[in-house]
Ligand binder design. Structure first.
Ligand SMILES: Cc1cc2nc3c(=O)[nH]c(=O)nc-3n(C[C@H](O)[C@H](O)[C@H](O)COP(=O)(O)OP(=O)(O)OC[C@H]3O[C@@H](n4cnc5c(N)ncnc54)[C@H](O)[C@@H]3O)c2cc1C
Length: 426
C-alpha cells in the first residue's frame, strides 16, 4: 500500500523495535503532526520537539548502548525518520542532525571523551553541532581553511570561520574539522576536534534567516585561537576527511529517509484533498489526468521506499560484518549506494511535492495548508550533505570506474579498431 509502510517485505523488525516505531507513530498522530505548523512558524530551535524525542528514547537511537543509546539499526532509524518527516521536517532533522553531530565522536573519540560526552548527548541533556562547511568550502571540503597549531600544553589552538552550522546556537560542543597550519593541503591535511561551545574565542552569530527547515536554525561560528585539549582530537591527525565521510555516509541515508517520509505525507494530503474537492461536477481525483498523476507519484514513492530500505539494510549488513567495518572498494560501494539513495529520493521528493501542490490548486499555495511548507523544506534535502550534482558526479565516476574494471560486455566483442580505435581498453 503506497501510502503506508505497514508490513513492508524489506522491513523485518523485532518486537522491541516495532514497539518504538509504533510509539513514534502515535506521537506523530497525536503531538508532532498537530504541532508541526506551529513549530515551522519561527526559526527558533524546537525545544519542545527535541525534549519529547529525547524523553521517548528516539534521540538515543543514534548512540551505542554502552553510552546510553539503544544501538538501533539503520533500518529502524530510517523507518522512524520516515514517520516523523511525513508530518514535520524539523522533528525528522532533529534525529538526523543528532547523528550527524555525534557520529564523529562515536567513531573517533577516545574512551574518556566518549564517557564524558556521549551519555549526555544520548539523553538529550547536551547537544553537539557538526562544523565542516566554511564560506570558501562547501561541496569542495578539501579547500577548507580553518586551521590549528600546537599549544604549549600539548593541545591545539584553532582559528577560522564555519558557515551554515545547524544548532550552533544550542550546541554545547562543536565537532570542527580543521587543517594544521603549514601542513599538507587538500583532504589529507584535515583533522577533527571537539570544541567546547564556551571555550574562550568561540563566537556564534545570530540565526541566519532561511527558506525553510524552521525549528533547526543555522549560524556562523568563529574560532579565534580557541584552546582545545589534546584528548579532544577525534581519531589520528590527518583522519578528519575519513571521519567526515563516515559521518556523511550515514547522514545521506538519513536525508533520503526524510525525503521519503515527506513524499508519503505530501501524497496523502494531496489525494485526500483531491477526493474532497469538487470540480466540474465531480471530485478532482475522479478526473483521469489527476489519476495518472497520482498513479505515477505512487509508483515513485514505492520505488523510493525500496531504495531507502535496501540502502539502510546494506549499511547495517556492512557494519555487522565480523571482519570489521568496510574499507577500500567495499566502503566506496556502500558510499555510492548512499549517494544514489540521497540523490534519487531527494530529487524525486522535490518533484513530487511540486506536483502535490499543483494538485491542490490555489489552496496548495496558501500558508494555511501544509504543502507550501513541504515544498520549502524539500529543497534543503537536495543541498545538505552533498548537493544532487555532487552525488551525480560521485556515482558517475564510480560506475565508469566499475565499467573499466569489468570484462567487456559480451555484445561488444569487436576488434579494437571497430570498437573505439587504437588505444581502446580491453
Ligand atoms: C539549512 C542548511 C543547514 C546546513 N547545516 C550544516 C551543518 O550543520 N554543518 C555543516 O558543516 N554544513 C551545513 N550546511 C552546509 C551544506 O552542507 C552546504 O551548503 C552544501 O554542502 C553545499 O555547499 P555550498 O553551499 O558551499 O555550495 P557550493 O559548493 O558553492 O555549490 C554551489 C553550486 O555548485 C554546484 N557544484 C559544486 N561543485 C560542483 C561540481 N564539481 N560539479 C557540478 N556542480 C557543482 C553545487 O551542486 C551547487 O549547485 C548547511 C546548509 C544549509 C543550507
Amino acid at each position: 500500500m503506497p501510502l503506508t509502510a505497514d508490513a513492508h517485505p524489506l522491513v523485518q523488525l523485532v518486537p522491541t523495535e516495532q514497539a518504538l516505531l509504533q510509539r513514534v507513530r502515535q506521537l506523530v498522530a497525536e503531538q508532532i503532526g498537530p504541532d508541526a505548523d506551529r513549530v515551522a512558524q519561527q526559526d527558533e530551535f524546537a525545544w519542545d520537539t527535541f525534549r519529547l524525542l529525547a524523553r521517548e528514547g528516539v534521540i538515543a537511537t543514534a548512540f551505542p548502548r554502552a553510552w546510553g543509546g539503544s544501538d538501533a539499526t539503520t533500518l529502524l532509524r530510517v523507518r522512524i525518520i520516515e514517520e516523523l518527516a511525513s508530518v514535520c521536517s524539523t522533528a525528522a532533522s532533529i534525529i538526523t542532525g543528532t547523528d550527524l553531530s555525534s557520529r564523529p565522536i562515536v567513531a573517533g573519540g577516545s574512551a574518556a571523551l566518549k564517557d564524558a560526552l556521549l551519555p549526555d548527548l544520548a539523553s538529550g541533556a547536551k547537544q553537539a553541532a557538526f562544523a565542516l562547511t566554511e564560506p570558501g568550502a562547501g561541496s569542495d571540503v578539501a579547500r577548507l581553511a580553518c586551521h590549528y597549531r600546537d599549544a604549549p600544553d600539548g593541545g591545539v589552538l584553532i582559528s577560522g570561520r564555519k558557515k551554515f552550522i545547524t544548532r550552533a546556537s544550542t550546541a554545547d560542543v562543536f565537532v570542527a574539522v580543521a587543517r594544521r597550519e603549514g601542513g599538507p593541503a587538500g583532504a589529507k591535511g584535515l583533522t577533527a576536534f571537539v570544541v567546547p561551545r564556551h571555550a574562550a574565542g568561540v563566537s556564534v552569530s545570530a540565526h541566519i534567516p532561511k527558506l525553510g527547515w524552521n525549528g533547526v536554525p543555522i549560524s556562523m561560528v568563529d574560532f579565534d585561537g580557541v584552546a582545545v585539549p589534546a584528548d579532544h582530537r577525534l581519531g589520528d591527525e590527518g583522519r578528519g576527511m575519513a571521519l567526515a565521510q563516515d559521518t556523511l555516509l550515514r547522514a545521506r541515508i538519513g536525508h533520503a529517509a526524510i525525503a521519503l517520509g515527506r513524499m508519503r505525507g505530501a501524497l496523502q494530503i494531496a489525494t485526500q484533498y483531491a477526493n474532497q474537492r469538487q470540480v466540474f461536477g465531480q471530485a478532482v481525483g475522479a478526473h483521469q489526468g489527476i489519476q495518472w498523476m497520482v498513479g505515477s507519484m505512487a509508483a515513485t514513492l514505492e520505488a523510493s521506499r525500496c531504495l531507502v530500505y535496501a540502502t539502510a539494510m546494506r549499511y547495517d549488513a556492512a557494519m555487522a560484518d565480523p571482519a570489521g567495518p568496510p574499507v577500500g572498494a567495499a566502503l566506496a560501494s556502500l558510499a555510492t549506494h548512499a549517494s544514489i539513495a540521497k540523490m534519487q529520493v531527494t530529487d524525486q521528493c522535490m518533484r513530487m511535492v511540486v506536483d502535490c501542490l499543483q494538485l491542490m490548486g490555489g489552496n496548495g499555495y496558501l500558508k494555511a495548508f501544509p504543502m507550501e511548507r513541504f515544498l520549502r523544506d524539500a529543497k534543503m534535502n537536495q543541498i545538505g550533505e552533498g548537493t544532487s550534482e555532487i552525488h551525480k558526479g560521485l556515482i558517475g565516476r564510480h560506475v565508469l570506474g566499475q565499467a573499466a574494471a569489468m570484462a567487456r560486455h559480451p555484445c561488444l566483442d569487436f576488434e579494437p579498431d571497430l570498437f573505439c580505435g587504437e588505444g581502446a581498453g580491453a
